[in-house]
Design a protein. Structure first.
Length: 652
């Protein structure tokens, strides 16, 4: 932890109880002010314990707003966020800017408040390659002033958010077309529309979560205060079945019977207490099974006593356990304790040993039966002491990919002793605002997948990647409230689903989704009451294995696309397909019922070759996987993914 951050969260108001009121002053130029800045949207994201005082002004510089700073400090705010640069760069160089900024910091500290320095949010001017191009005025650019702000923050030991770098990376990622929606008007690439202000405020909150998570959590609306109803894009209503990951969720089998003679709010009874793992004496929160050499399913997860005086808040006292079942949906019966830990992630390494990760390290064993040896995350070569371990999968070469709880990506190369940061910005979905946490990542023979949870919106999204580093969000939802149901039609209305995990087959395809669920808001789950949490198991529609037979890159001029669909146990592509329903192409086309249509089929032994008309495939050079969508001969959802020719060549 940096000295500035340590001082920031440990001194004065930062160490106060969460129930205390907080006042935050904003001072800056028009990109912060109420007319068309991000300030009002930022104020809309904080909870009711926080007051935001916006003293920013259109056209302002550090010089011109000096008097307003005095007026702001008379209100005795706990914190003051400073963001200047857009107009300062027109009047004086970065050195003079730094001197004036330092004066602001010293005055804020003298008044008993805490300064937070932001570098200026970027202007949205792009070059011919679709990347942000810094506008020069009198030879000065905003990044020059961002570096000066960073230097002042370091010198004065003030908290610093590099909003300039964060916003540049964000707009480089989404590109000019999507960035245009941020503009106050078609020609104004500096100020914000309502959407632009909201998106920028969300970036700020995400940035604060990364550099000062305790402070950010004190500001934000927590899930026990409000469960937000997210407004999803209108075009998602046009998604066809299979266009979103959630469509793959199937009803769970009933193992014994449904019963109401158990704990829980009315909405979660009756239910099958033998699905997943539950016990009235324990609260469970996260885990999944792996298929052992004995042919049984070994579930590794965490639990704490339901009678803990803090209720759900007792999770820091979690213990990691193993439970065993005969089916992937449970019931899983307790077998043994592994050791203390929370946020479990079980993975088998290339040498066939097993590693059970948790927030602060991992346990390692040669077999699922143990014994297990504990290794701290520092011993594992993970230097960022304030970042928790996360979801992990193995890459093609045997190295490890990890997406930590706040969505930064780390890689541990084969033979290396150190985790290396691969993403300076978090890989959260760009198409929806959310309070993201706890991603789960997995790799198939085609691509990488991620599900990431928006805990406040009580929903999750699905993303895909060719390399595990750069991610592309899919439309629609991965899951949301109301998904748990049984084959007889009975629904179970859990308040919240979190800590997603998947079980994979030998090809990496997810066969089941595992979720931690709770029947009431977390703060209402007290010790020794009628509320608790468990882990449920949900079967998924299986992906079909595909091979694109074209040897050249596919694009809009491709005449035919030849896709081999492989036969498997229980699936005969010669008789189990509704041929008229099939579409193939880029996901953004197929998900909306478009894409290439089937021309003919050709037998290839037990397999079948599907020949599609190349028209309308929507595949661009940026695509790395083609999607097959349609129905089987019973009218049920059929889905599959295939590497595209360029990716097939890269894999050789």
């Amino acid at each position: 932890m940096s000295i500035a951050l340590s001082l920031f969260i440990s001194a004065g108001h930062a160490g106060a109880a969460e129930s205390d009121k907080i006042a935050i002053g904003l001072i800056g130029d028009s990109t912060v002010a109420t007319t068309y800045g991000w300030g009002p949207a930022f104020a809309g994201l904080v909870n009711d314990r926080v007051t935001v005082l916006n003293y920013a002004k259109n056209g302002a510089t550090l010089d011109s707003l000096s008097g307003k700073l005095d007026a702001l400090l008379k209100t005795k705010p706990d914190y003051v966020i400073i963001q200047f640069g857009h107009n300062d760069m027109k009047r004086y160089d970065a050195g003079a800017y730094a001197g004036r900024l330092k004066d602001y910091v010293e005055r804020i500290k003298k008044a008993g408040s805490k300064p937070i320095i932001f570098s200026s949010v970027t202007r949205r001017n792009f070059d011919e390659n679709g990347q942000i191009k810094a506008r020069a005025i009198n030879g000065h650019t905003l990044p020059m002033y961002a570096l000066a702000a960073k230097a002042v923050a370091k010198e004065t030991q003030s908290l610093f958010l590099d909003l300039n770098t964060i916003s540049i990376a964000h707009h480089n990622k989404i590109g000019p077309k999507q960035s245009a929606a941020y503009n106050f008007n078609p020609t104004d690439t500096t100020h914000f529309s309502k959407k632009g202000a909201e998106k920028t405020a969300a970036l700020i909150f995400q940035g604060l979560e990364a550099i000062a998570p305790k402070f950010a959590h004190r500001l934000g609306k927590r899930d026990y205060e409000i469960a937000v109803q997210r407004e999803t894009p209108a075009k998602w209503k046009k998604l066809v079945p299979g266009g979103q990951f959630m469509d793959r969720i199937l009803p769970a089998p009933i193992h014994d019977k449904l019963t109401s003679d158990t704990w829980g709010a009315d909405g979660v009874r009756p239910r099958d207490i033998h699905n997943g793992i539950e016990d009235p004496k324990w609260s469970y929160w996260g885990g999944k099974p792996v298929l052992g050499p004995d042919g049984r399913y070994h579930w590794f997860g965490c639990r704490w006593p339901e009678g803990n005086p803090k209720g759900h808040g007792g999770w820091p006292q979690s213990e990691m356990i193993r439970a065993i079942g005969d089916r992937p949906t449970g019931p899983f019966v307790f077998e043994n304790i592994i050791g203390p830990g929370h946020f479990p992630e079980i993975i088998q390494l290339p040498d066939n040993s097993w590693v059970l990760y948790h927030l602060h390290g991992y346990y390692r064993s040669e077999t699922l039966d143990g014994p297990w040896t504990h290794v701290t995350k520092q011993e594992d070569g993970f230097p960022e002491g304030n970042i928790h371990m996360g979801s992990i999968c193995m890459r093609e070469d045997g190295s490890l990919l990890m997406i930590c709880r706040i969505s930064n990506i780390y890689v541990k190369e084969l033979g290396s002793d150190v985790w290396k940061l691969k993403s300076k910005i978090r890989v959260n979905p760009e198409h929806m605002y959310g309070w993201y946490e706890d991603p789960v990542v997995w790799r198939t023979e085609v691509q990488y997948h991620m599900i990431i949870n928006d805990w406040q919106g009580r929903l999750a999204y699905h993303q895909r990647s060719a390399d595990g580093i750069t991610w592309k969000p899919d439309p629609g939802l991965a899951y949301t409230v109301g998904i748990d149901r049984y084959k007889d039609g009975t629904k179970v209305d859990w308040f919240k689903y979190e800590r997603a995990k998947v079980m994979q087959d030998k090809y990496g395809r997810p066969t089941h989704l595992y979720l931690a669920v709770i029947d009431v808001p977390k703060k209402q789950d007290k010790g020794n009451d009628n509320h608790s949490s468990k882990n449920i198991a949900i079967p998924l529609v299986p992906e079909r294995r595909l091979r694109v037979l074209n040897t050249k890159s596919i694009g809009e001029k491709t005449d035919e696309i030849r896709v081999k669909i492989l036969a498997e146990k229980g699936f005969d592509p010669h008789v189990d397909l509704d041929l008229d329903s099939l579409r193939f192409g880029a996901a953004q086309e197929v998900d909306y019922g478009r894409g290439s249509t089937l021309k003919k089929t050709q037998p290839d032994g037990k397999d079948s070759i599907l020949v599609f008309d190349g028209k309308g495939n929507g595949i661009t050079p940026a695509e790395f996987a083609g999607k097959l969508l349609g129905k089987n001969s019973d009218g049920d959802l059929l889905i599959g993914w295939a590497k595209l020719p360029a990716q097939q060549q890269n894999a050789k």
